[in-house]
Design a protein around this ligand. Sequence first.
Ligand code: NAD
Length: 262
Amino acid sequence: VPLPFSGKVAVVTGAAGNIGLATATRLARQGADLALLDVDAAKLEQARATLLEHEVRINIYTCDVTDSEQVRQTVETVVAELGQIDFLFNNAGYQGAFAPVQDYPEADFARVMQINVVGAFHVLRHVSTHMVARKFGRIVNTASMAGVQGPPNMAAYGASKFAIIGLTEVAAKDLAPYNIRVNAISPAFMGPGFMWDRQVELQAKAGSQYFSTNPKEVAQQMIGSIPMRRYGNINEIPGVVAFLFSDDSSYMTGVNLPISGG
Ligand code: NAD
């Protein structure tokens, strides 16, 4: 029995990171060949090593999404080496600083926008050029619940993820005539691990009226704000991405699916 994604090629950006690697693993298990992109070459090599048990092609590409020309060349190389691109998980991202807007560091604001918005646009633009020519494509952009409701102390990140949801809606309209569906996912609090610890600690340090200055209490406050009363696990994301790539979502485009515990 062929696997559901046999014969498909998926590009994953931020593939060396938590969500990127978990999703790449799921796609490999469903039979997709993988082009894994990340700016961190060493982490990317480690990511590939964890995937070798799967009988799919796995190519890695060190690529900085903020550099349009590098993205263009990488996409060209992926198509030359793997033949085509069917799926894009446009997922590379950076959380930025935690500070109230009046103190928010300007250089960090620019960096967050450059990676999360301009970078995601570069990838979307160059991959969709290829998909338009083939009249087939399934794209999932990683937004965030920070792009649905602005969180305190995250001016750049919140703005960048609102932008991703907007970009998803526009791209869905522009690409619909070419049999390309474009959707977004919005994870919220994911734990345990680095991202969770970092945001708990930095929200405590930022010292706003919204969170305690004690990281342990911040963790409780965050979990208390979630109807399901727990943080999400990274492994609760890949199935949603696979659904949006599959024909089970054949009449869905331009939507943003929260993965947020309510
Ligand atoms: P992560 O830090 O583990 O992974 C992000 C990856 O992106 C890293 O491997 C990093 O090297 C890569 N990257 C950063 N800048 C890049 C660039 N310029 N070019 C190419 N690659 C680059 O974080 P994650 O949790 O896996 O995050 C993945 C996505 O999910 C991000 O867009 C993030 O904003 C979003 N997100 C995460 C959470 C969460 O709680 N973990 C919640 C909501 C949204």
